[in-house]
Design a binder for this molecule. Structure first.
Ligand code: V0V
Ligand code: CO
Length: 141
């Protein structure tokens, strides 16, 4: 079902400052930036290689998912995202296996992707994201 680790999402207070840190320290390149109102984030995708990214996430408001996470836990790993060939199909199968979905249908994600989240309490404390993308820099394998 999971074909690759698409990205690791990291919650940060200041996106520009942390972009500077990750690019300067590790030589990563920003390939996309987006404000996603529905998810309550301003985010940047930093390419490790095609299909594998670090996603830096700054909250738009304190009561958004990332805003609440920062208040409770501070900066750090917020979620792990797995590439899947068909997000709706993966949601159906995972739901049938008893893991709570946080989305009833796929949502818009970075670089034109379709995404859905699984409840962290059902995945050993890890907020888990499913990603379907047909972006050329995000191949399935
Ligand atoms: C909360 N909890 C987490 C967590 N956030 N555990 C692990 N990782 C996280 N990121 C724990 C929290 O400590 C509580 O545990 C429990 O879950 C329930 O917390 P809550 O306060 O009741 O719930 P909320 O309101 O903080 O909501 C948590 C969830 C929410 C996960 C339901 O954050 C959510 O719906 N997230 C999905 C959307 C999202 O995160 N979007 C931003 C990324 P205790 O204390 O009870 O033990 S957007 C993105 O990745 C994009 C756009 C992309 O990739 O393209
Ligand atoms: Co993500």
């Amino acid at each position: 079902m999971f074909v690759r680790i698409d990205h690791v999402g990291i919650a940060v207070h200041d996106l520009e400052e942390k972009i500077e840190f990750f690019t300067k320290t590790f030589g990563l390149t920003v390939v996309a930036r987006e404000v996603n109102e529905e998810q309550g984030v301003k985010e940047a995708m930093l390419r490790v290689r095609d299909g594998n990214y670090i996603q830096l996430l700054e909250p738009l408001t304190p009561d958004s998912p990332v805003g609440k996470f920062l208040a409770r836990r501070g900066e750090g790993v917020h979620h792990v995202a797995f590439g899947v060939p068909d997000v709706a199909e993966a949601m159906r199968v995972i739901d049938a296996r008893g893991v709570r979905l946080l989305d009833e249908r796929p949502r818009h994600g970075s670089m034109g992707s379709s995404i859905a989240f699984l409840h962290p309490k059902d995945v050993t404390g890890v907020l888990t994201e499913l990603v379907q993308s047909d972006h050329p820099s995000r191949p399935l394998f």
